[in-house]
Design a binder for this molecule. Structure first.
Ligand code: Z5A
Ligand code: MG
Length: 222
């Protein structure tokens, strides 16, 4: 992609029940209603509507069993099948907000014991976010929010392990400068969280001039 103005690619990550989907929706309407009236689309991973997404959905609901490596690759394939859509939106000047992305993929599979590098490999080359917002909540906050505990992975010890991998990814992203990684205290009320998110997003809301990077083109561990 050439260095003309394009849409921004913004990823919202975080632990379970940290309010990712809530904040993604607030951000989309704020971008669309603002003075510059940016066009913004919302993409959610996993996208459970595709054929691959339906397999992922069945697995998450414990309606099917899959090898840990196989489900990891399906999550990644689910992102690759939307990569061209993301590129097309950005090139057309549309901001793309992704509710979870490759970082969730690594965090959940590495927590199971799969090697970190192996987990990262299938997502190398995907469009890299300009900004990742990591919504941080403690397990005690997540526990009191609605619906906690209905799907696979939603146990507290899983969440602790997942948090540790997210921390590693955040440190590597900050160290290598491949996109921005901003942590948000998401244990506060929705409006306050939304204000912090807006402060980080606003500079990107008029579009981005630099060309889009690809995820982990340079190895962040070296
Ligand atoms: N997974 C994976 O293993 N590999 C991958 O590559 C990917 C995902 C992409 C399903 O994800 C699972 O897939 C997930 C990771 C794994 N496993 N787990 N565990 P999902 O994104 O479909 O999960 P979800 O069902 O959307 O839940 P969530 O993302 O954890 O929730 P959330 O989006 O962060 O929160 P929310 O839906 O916006 O809010 C939850 C509740 O809290 C709701 O009642 C809100 O009204 C309330 N809420 C939100 N914000 C606040 C504040 N600030 N105060 C009080 N209450 C609030
Ligand atoms: Mg969600």
């Amino acid at each position: 992609m050439t260095a003309t103005t394009r849409g921004a690619f913004i990823v919202i990550e975080g632990l379970d029940r940290s309010g990712k989907s809530t904040q993604a929706a607030i951000l989309q309407s704020r971008l669309q209603g603002g003075e510059q009236s940016a066009r913004a689309v919302l993409i959610k991973f996993p996208d459970r509507t595709t054929a691959i997404g339906k397999m992922i959905d069945a697995y998450l609901r414990s309606q099917s069993e899959l090898d840990d490596h196989a489900i990891h690759l399906l999550f990644s394939a689910n992102r690759w099948e939307l990569a061209s859509t993301i590129y097309a939106h950005l090139a057309a000047g549309v901001t793309v907000i992704a509710d979870r992305y490759a970082f969730s993929g690594i965090a959940f599979s590495a927590r199971k014991g799969l090697p970190y590098e192996w987990c990262r490999a299938p997502d190398i080359g995907l469009p890299a976010p300009d900004l990742t917002l990591f919504l941080n909540v403690g397990p005690e906050v997540a526990r009191v929010r609605g619906g906690y505990g209905e799907e696979r992975y939603e146990m507290e010890d899983v969440q602790r392990g997942v948090r540790a991998v997210f921390e590693r990814i955040g440190e590597e992203t900050k160290r290598t400068g491949q996109g921005e990684w901003v942590e948000i205290d998401a244990s506060r009320e929705k409006d306050l969280v939304a204000e912090d998110i807006w402060r980080a997003v606003e500079p990107l809301s008029i579009g981005v001039v630099s060309s889009l990077q690809r995820l982990w083109e340079k190895d962040p561990t070296t």
